[in-house]
Design a protein around this ligand. Structure first.
Ligand SMILES: [Mg+2]
Length: 282
């Protein structure tokens, strides 16, 4: 996982005093603009993170993705007549690794994702396997298909990532196949390097940047349009894993303004909700 560092403490003492004053005046008042803390914003992670950890539907979707990948890879190999060796490209975070415990750790804290806590999380090597990932990767390896892990984890996390993937029993965890971020977050260069020597049968990811750079830095509507353009690839060449917690989609919601205050982010999030216009009868 690599996402821009979110702003930390934004609440100044004068604003805090104002909030306390307003709170004393009217208990049901919403927090004034600027008084929303990162802790408040982190509360919005609760349902999405809980869904990853407590909903069997999340497990079912993960199994579904890897089952589709297995069927498609098998069909690909049955029809393949090329001379290049075959490979699959997988993302790491929220594709074959489940980092929901890190997200859960942020809930209740007054800071967002940052390298100060993400680096120790990578080093701890405690991410779980996404359900069905090991079985699919083992299937690929048994068919002679090489697995390339193209991840935007930075090189500072290389040893921890390797340890984590190895501890889960994943195949091809070595310098050749573990391609972390060294410069650009755009994965196209790494995908191209793999494709120079291999026939890439499938790509698996939770973020559209895992499939094509056409999705980079686009608005919400542009991401929809690009997704529609490639509609025949979803579930065939591109296999998507569910990640409701974070991703490039969030940057699109902020128009890439990751440095916005918690209050601004809250406002931007809610401004995109399409609401039913209805007045409840008295
Ligand atoms: Mg990912």
């Amino acid at each position: 996982m690599t996402k821009p560092i979110t702003s930390g403490l934004k609440t100044t003492i004068p604003v805090l005093l104002l909030a306390l004053t307003l709170g004393g005046c009217a208990g049901k008042m919403q927090p004034a603009e600027g008084t929303l803390s990162t802790r408040d914003l982190n509360e919005q992670l609760v349902m999405a993170t809980l869904w990853m950890q407590a909903a069997a539907e999340f497990r079912a979707l993960s199994y579904q993705a890897f089952n589709i990948a297995t069927v498609n890879l098998d069909a690909f190999l049955g029809a393949y007549t090329g001379s290049k060796p075959v490979a699959v490209i997988v993302d790491a975070d929220e594709t074959v690794l489940d980092n929901s415990a890190y997200e859960a750790f942020l809930i209740g804290q007054d800071f967002g994702y940052s390298s100060a806590t993400w680096d120790p999380w990578m080093a701890a090597a405690q991410a779980k396997a996404m359900p069905g990932a090991r079985e699919f990767l083992d299937f690929a390896a048994a068919q002679g298909v090489e697995v390339f892990y193209v991840s935007n984890r930075k090189m500072v996390g290389y040893e921890g990532t390797k340890k984590n993937l190895e501890s889960l029993g994943f195949p091809f965890v070595d310098d050749k196949h573990l391609l972390l971020r060294t410069d650009s977050s755009d994965k196209q260069g790494r995908r191209d390097r793999v494709a120079a020597d291999y026939e890439v049968a499938l790509l698996l990811g939770d973020n559209l940047n895992d499939f094509s750079s056409d999705f980079a830095k686009k608005t919400v509507q542009q991401r929809f349009a690009e997704t529609d353009k490639l509609r025949g690839k979803w579930g065939t060449r591109f296999i998507v894993l569910p990640n409701p917690v974070y991703g490039d989609w969030e940057g699109a919601v902020y128009s890439e303004n990751w440095g916005a205050s918690p209050a601004e982010k809250d406002r931007m999030r809610k401004s995109l909700l399409e609401k039913w216009q209805y007045t409840v009868p008295k």
